[in-house]
Design a protein around this ligand. Structure first.
Ligand code: ADP
Ligand code: MG
Length: 230
């Protein structure tokens, strides 16, 4: 493990609204190849922090270094391209294209990421081998996403995040809908892939029992301060 995949300093972000929410993160570092679980209560700003790291929102103050690049002042289009190239994102609801096939869904991030597409090589073959590695049956590749079970959707979401080997995977409560056994199986799959490629993983949860599986556990209240104005 050398160097960092994530380095945030003096971050401040404020959601406007009737009860404005301000998130402050003085410092956060994640090392290359490290798996980190970020724990915190609902409403503590976990998803907001992930959105800052993914570049879907931009901090009001501070510096964000992600996967070797200072993304703080990039335009929104440049941040979108950067995310597609360098970050595999797994959302809580998986966000699959319901009418797209499994193949369409897995290949989606490559459309906006020419370098990642090159790393994926023969992308269709890569998609199939990821499916196999994740225990999905061969014939599922042409099925529509909305015909899949929840467990299958999850695996497709993982394959989509992993294709083209982005150096960083960000996962926002991907196991919250699962029972304990399925949670554990999900983490087995995810870790088997991240360990094989020295991929860094930052995963959010409010379930502290998952902590022992990760290299490091960070609590939201240790790294961040929040302020709510009434
Ligand atoms: P967590 O993921 O830890 O549950 P969030 O980051 O989703 O927390 O939300 C933290 C707070 O940020 C919320 O209580 C809300 O006030 C505010 N917030 C989150 N998303 C938005 C949004 N899209 N617009 C305005 N405020 C938001
Ligand atoms: Mg959240």
């Amino acid at each position: 493990m050398t160097g960092h995949i994530l380095n945030l300093s003096n971050i401040e972000y404020r959601w406007p609204g009737r009860a404005p929410f301000t998130l402050t993160v003085p410092a956060l570092t994640v090392f290359k190849g490290e798996t980190v679980l970020l724990l915190g209560e609902s409403g503590s700003g976990k998803s907001t922090l992930l959105s800052l790291i993914c570049g879907t929102i931009q901090p009001d103050q501070g510096i964000l270094n992600v996967a070797g690049k200072n993304i703080t002042h990039l335009s929104s289009g440049a941040r979108d391209r950067f995310r597609a190239e360098r970050i595999g994102v797994i959302f809580q609801q998986f966000n699959l294209l319901p009418f797209g096939s499994v193949m369409d869904n897995i290949l989606l991030p490559l459309r906006f990421a020419p370098e990642r597409r090159i790393r994926a090589g023969d992308a269709a073959t890569e998609a199939k081998s990821l499916c196999a590695a994740l225990g999905l049956p061969d014939d599922i590749i042409h099925a529509k996403a909305n015909a899949l079970s929840v467990g299958q959707q999850q695996r497709v979401a993982v394959a989509r995040a992993l294709i083209g080997q982005p150096p960083l995977i960000i996962a926002d409560e991907p196991t919250s809908a699962l029972d304990a056994t399925s949670q554990s199986a999900f983490l087995d799959l995810l870790f088997s892939q991240t360990r094989a490629h020295e991929t860094s993983l930052l995963m959010v949860s409010h379930d502290r029992r998952l902590g022992e599986r990760f290299d490091r556990v960070i609590r939201m209240e240790e790294i961040a301060a929040v302020e709510r104005e009434a």
